[in-house]
Design a protein around this ligand. Structure first.
Ligand SMILES: [Fe+2]
Length: 148
């Protein structure tokens, strides 16, 4: 099984947990809570789409994920670290959290764009492009939550 796909699924799951944690402790603004929940739900959809792609994957898939492998590995570490920070520091300032998530979603967008190119089957390419639009929507939603 392609390590890169497994790690992508893990990243989506971790990002969902970050958003879920933020939703649970959002006390200042009920609207923000709704946005965090929506973001978390969509990350769980992304993970499901990737799981499905993983099941569809057979040896027939020609793939060269050389470029993305390192990027995905680094992003996984970064996502884990941020989840830990969010869990351990409940008093992180709102805008700082939002900006960090914008940076993380942007990094994910780049990886998904590379993977859309590197996977040689149309269905997987399509799936990664649609993940890319998902990331783009998330960045727009997050930008709407910036207070400054
Ligand atoms: Fe996602």
């Amino acid at each position: 099984m392609l390590k890169v796909l497994m790690e992508c699924i893990l990243i989506e799951n971790l990002v969902e947990r970050i958003y879920r944690t933020l939703a649970e402790r959002e006390s200042s603004n009920p609207k923000y809570r709704q946005v965090w929940e929506k973001l978390a739900d969509e990350e769980s959809d992304h993970a499901r789409a990737l799981e499905m792609a993983k099941r569809l994957l057979r040896e027939r898939v020609i793939v060269d994920t050389h470029l993305s492998e390192k990027q995905v590995g680094e992003l996984l570490t970064r996502t884990k670290q941020f989840l830990q920070a969010v869990q351990e520091k409940p008093d992180l300032p709102h805008d700082r959290v939002v900006r960090s998530m914008i940076a993380l979603e942007n990094a994910l967008m780049k990886v998904h764009a590379n993977l859309a190119i590197e996977f040689k089957t149309p269905d997987l390419q399509k799936m990664f492009s649609s993940l890319g639009s998902g990331d783009e929507n998330h960045v727009a939603l997050l930008k709407g939550m910036l207070e400054i």
